[in-house]
Design a protein around this ligand. Structure first.
Ligand code: AKG
Ligand code: FE2
Length: 279
């Protein structure tokens, strides 16, 4: 039964690095180049900044419920399942609310973007926000997942949505390279909410076999059953940076009602001399 054979997911080796401290541009570039699959930096930004961003999310007038089939609340724009015109229009509307997440803080997301831009510039590579005639991306979006079953956010990959973004975007070129997914965690639930990473990087054929060709979301428990995985046990103030082509998800969470909040952005090489950044 050839169909069944093609549905056994191949195991792809993962390289994990976990440590405490500040993230370095060298490590970020290692993820961009596929040398590191998953990087977990503990206590990467201050708890005071984390608390302020969380308070700014909770009181943010631009906070909305997602209506695209992925349960959660958000501030900012997602290109997922949108054409470029709709995405860049949403990014523009949401920009003041994304800025309101940081108030007058010297924020860690723009800090990382600026440091990476400097380092890449030294190597003759430009880093910039994705853009089109309609506008430009924001530096991040804030998300609080609320899926209620085994996962707060179901297993998925971040590449399908980039590959299938559409010709009106600059993004699809990045899907041939590594789509790095950057996550800052300003707040975590008491229990669970781990970032789980499976040793599997789906191909287009794999996605077709699972009916997730254009979304990369969600992969079933049955499909992933034979694939090893590992969890990043996150705390407020941590950063997670992964190769978003590998299947990942967020485990169920519980506790005293503290929200699990993530600031997420994506970036990757569109050309050898150009790295794009978007949400
Ligand atoms: O919340 C997380 O830890 C991961 C977020 C994620 O995978 C995504 O936004 O695509
Ligand atoms: Fe993801």
């Amino acid at each position: 039964m050839p169909n069944q054979i093609s549905q056994v997911p191949a195991i792809s080796p993962v390289v994990i690095r976990e440590r405490t401290g500040s993230i370095s541009t060298a490590e970020i570039i290692s993820v961009l180049k596929g040398e590191i699959t998953g990087l977990h930096i503990k206590q990467a930004f201050s708890t005071q900044i984390a608390e302020e961003i969380t308070a700014n999310f909770i009181r943010n007038p631009g906070r909305k419920e997602r209506k695209d089939g992925v349960p959660g609340e958000y501030v900012g724009a997602s290109h997922y399942r949108k054409d470029a015109a709709a995405y860049f229009a949403e990014a523009k509307t949401a920009r003041p609310y994304v800025e309101a997440l940081f108030g007058n803080l010297v924020d860690p997301v723009r800090g990382l973007f600026a440091a990476l831009k400097r380092e890449l510039h030294n190597q003759g590579i430009e880093l910039r926000l994705a853009r089109s005639e309609q506008g430009r991306a924001n530096v991040c979006r804030a998300l609080s997942w609320s899926g209620g079953d085994a996962y707060a956010l179901e297993p998925h990959d971040d590449v399908a949505q980039v590959l299938c973004a559409g010709n009106d975007y600059e993004l699809p070129a990045v899907a041939n390279n590594i789509v790095a997914a950057l996550n800052f965690y300003p707040s975590m639930a008491e229990q669970g909410g781990n970032l789980r990473l499976w040793s599997h990087k789906p191909t287009v054929t794999d996605r077709k076999s699972q009916g997730v060709e254009t979304t990369g979301y969600p992969y079933s428990a049955a499909y992933l059953e034979s694939v090893p995985c590992r969890d990043f046990q996150l705390k407020a103030g941590d950063i997670g940076l992964i190769d978003g082509g590998f299947v990942h998800g967020v485990t169920r969470q519980s506790g005293n009602g503290k929200p699990r909040l993530v600031l997420n952005s994506f970036f990757g090489f569109a050309r050898p001399d150009l790295v794009l950044w978007w949400t």
